[in-house]
Ligand binder design. Structure first.
Ligand code: FPP
Length: 267
């Protein structure tokens, strides 16, 4: 967080927003449903793909902001399994933007100590995408700063199905363990990472859209009206400030409640 305050232009809106943050209550993991690219383009009388192109600048700024804030994990929803239902040209453009991003930004990621991992059935994508992902994952493997997850060809339900299939496969090899929440979590694409504390969705839509279904059980949700291409680190800070006003109870009562806790299964 200090870094963001130092790097922001003195007297800028970002600097004064960042100064309001409580560094003790930063979310460890922020997940983002980047929505509204199509509407952004439509509002300007331009083809939908222009919205996706403009969305890449928002991706860059958000990643930079998250790294400067010192967040541990940022997960961006870039392409869902359901997105294959879109017109061929739109899908092609999205895949190309991704390839371009991986080509152009890899050195920046390494320089900024950002480790990139891709969540989803990305190995089923075109070999040109797969090889760029493999290269980026490999090149950033030892980075210890921000962990950047890009969800690609991703579905939350499919992630749980994939985890179950892998558990069954391990059983067949005699590596079976009891299934509990902790075990299942270890088989998810996000294995080893904390669950998102904060889920942000842009463009005002109140939907989860099959994103991180298991992991967001207790995430705080922040829906903002801004369309994704207009999103910048200032919006990220605003969302975190909102998060810092929430009273997270995880199904219990306020942490300062003086009542006895009922920790048995009968009363
Ligand atoms: C949703 O907007 C956005 C997407 C399906 C794609 C998000 C992709 C990018 C921001 C660019 C590439 C990403 C990376 C990581 C380089 P929408 O098209 O559903 O918008 P609408 O609801 O207004 O139609």
């Amino acid at each position: 967080m200090k870094k963001l305050v130092q790097l922001a232009e003195p007297g800028s809106a970002d600097e004064s927003l960042a100064r309001k943050l409580d560094s003790e209550v930063l979310p460890r993991h922020v997940a983002v449903i980047m929505d509204g690219n199509g509407r952004w383009a439509q509002e300007r009388g331009r083809p939908r793909v222009e919205g996706h192109r403009a969305g890449v600048a928002a991706v860059r700024d958000t990643i930079e902001g998250a790294a400067e804030l010192g967040l541990e994990v940022l997960t961006l929803y870039a392409f869902s399994v359901e997105n294959w239902k879109r017109p061929r040209y739109e899908v092609w453009t999205l895949m190309n933007l991704l390839k371009e991003y991986l080509l152009k930004e890899l050195s920046n990621l390494v320089e900024n100590d950002i480790r990139l991992t891709v969540l989803g059935r990305w190995r089923e994508l075109d070999p040109s995408v797969v090889s760029l992902i493999e290269r980026a994952e490999q090149a950033t493997r030892d980075c210890r700063g921000l962990r950047l997850n890009i969800a690609l060809n991703y579905s939350g339900r499919m992630e749980i199905v994939d985890a179950c299939r892998q558990i069954v496969a391990d059983w067949a090899q005699g590596k079976g363990t009891d299934i509990d929440e902790e075990t299942l979590g270890r088989y998810l694409y996000t294995s080893g990472l904390p669950d998102p504390d904060l889920l942000i969705r842009t463009s005002g839509e109140m939907r989860i859209s099959n994103f991180l279904l298991w992991q967001i059980s207790y995430s705080e949700i922040c829906v903002i009206d801004t369309l994704w291409p207009d999103f910048r680190r200032g919006h990220l800070i605003q969302a975190i400030l909102d998060f810092q006003t929430r009273n997270r109870r995880f199904g219990g009562l306020q942490s300062d409640s003086e009542d006895d806790v009922c920790d048995t299964r009968s009363v």
